[in-house]
Write a protein that binds this ligand. Structure first.
Ligand code: CP3
Length: 342
């Protein structure tokens, strides 16, 4: 399996490829389903959700599927009421601001609270032959939605709590870390072959603040996950300056965005992790020749040694086309098969 081998920095016959948000609104089939079901309603229906998860595998020829869900799904059973607002993202009814709010967050039994997630995983495994990636949001990124009450540009309330009430913030991070470990283990037991932790907004932090307030929790998460068979991936946007700190994480793969080259990412992270990334998703709208040239540059750096997974630097957006992604996948496979010499 090229994807799982690359996660473990083993040699592969081609560069494996998958795309963040490979199931979503750019697909006519998904838009059709969304006419009748909200995003969360899709998640709650295992057969439909398995279909949505599997579609990119047949349609694009990618080397892995990612569970169709949202990072907010496990936050609901902790006691947080939220909605996913179209065009905006998660919106939380009562943002967490006080010690009582944090203390009120509670654990849950995934079999009781989110049985449909586990059932979706089981059904996906029956449908596809490529590995399935399970996922969770990282504590900081989840906390940012919970504290701000929705998407944010500056994360002012989140950073205010981090600096002003460090014990309370740390308590929140610890609770979310426990949840992430528990939830990802349940996904692995249900059949997930790898897991990705999305810390989409960690790049808003300085290296010093990340090291003080976030790193210990991420170390705890990846230490726990390293005991499982399934490899783990840690991804964030704009994390170029944080990469040297990720050296200490026992994740198998570090995902990077387009603001850093693959070669620089490898130098900063060190040789014990595989790298995943990092085409600017905006290039999906460029002429195919331009897209190909940029992809070839990324692949050339990625193929310098084992342990590379091709992906976008962030998610596919709705204006992208299925045809472009299918041709891109084919190009990554053909280009790398012809040139790989490790
Ligand atoms: O990648 C996949 O194909 C799996 C599905 C997936 C979704 N959300 C479905 C979704 C994954 C992995 C996520 C994770 C997620 N959710 C993240 C981390 C990844 C990242 O993009 O940084 C974050 C930050 C969220 C929170 C969230 N949910 C946002 C910012 C949005 C977009 C709001 C919008 O409408 O543009 C959502 C909604 C959401 N989650 C959509 C999808 C396909 C949008 C489409 C819809 O409403 O049907």
């Amino acid at each position: 399996m090229p994807f799982l081998d690359a996660c473990r920095s083993r040699k592969t016959s081609r560069v494996p490829v998958w795309y963040m948000r490979q199931a979503g609104r750019y697909q006519p089939e998904y838009r059709e389903i969304r006419k009748n079901y909200s995003l969360l309603e899709i998640c709650e229906r295992p057969e439909l959700c398995a279909q949505v998860t599997s579609l990119p595998v047949t349609q694009l020829g990618v080397d892995a599927a990612i569970l169709f869900s949202d990072i907010m799904v496990p936050v609901g059973p902790m006691g947080v009421k939220y909605e996913i607002v179209e065009g905006r993202g998660p919106v939380v009814a009562h943002p967490l601001r006080t010690r009582q709010d944090v203390d009120a967050l509670h654990g849950f039994d995934v079999h009781d609270a989110l049985p449909y997630v586990l059932e979706t995983i089981e059904r996906v495994k029956d449908r596809i032959s490529v590995p399935l990636i399970g996922f969770a949001g990282a504590p900081f990124t989840l906390a940012s939605y919970m504290i701000e009450g929705g998407p944010s540009r500056d994360y002012l309330h989140t950073k205010a709590m981090m600096h002003g009430e460090p014990d309370m913030f740390s308590n929140l991070m610890a609770k979310l870390s426990e949840m992430v470990i528990y939830y990802l283990r349940a996904q692995i037991t249900a059949g997930a072959d790898a897991v990705q932790v999305f810390d989409s907004w960690a790049g808003s932090l300085s290296p010093k603040d990340y090291e003080m307030h976030i790193l210990p929790h991420m170390q705890r998460i990846f230490n726990a996950l390293s005991e499982d068979e399934a490899p783990s991936i840690y991804f964030g946007v704009g994390t170029g300056e944080l990469l040297p700190l990720f050296k200490t994480l026992k994740a198998n793969v570090i995902g990077v965005d387009w603001r850093v080259s693959i070669r620089a990412a490898r130098e900063r992270v060190g040789s014990s992790h595989a790298i995943q990334g990092n085409l600017d998703p905006a290039l999906l709208l460029a002429p195919f020749d331009v897209l190909k040239a940029r992809t070839a540059e990324i692949l050339a750096e990625g193929m310098e040694k084992p342990g590379f997974i091709f992906n976008l630097g962030h998610g596919v957006f709705p204006a992208a086309s299925t045809d472009t992604l299918r041709r891109l996948t084919e190009f990554v496979h053909e280009f790398s098969e012809a040139r790989l010499n490790y």
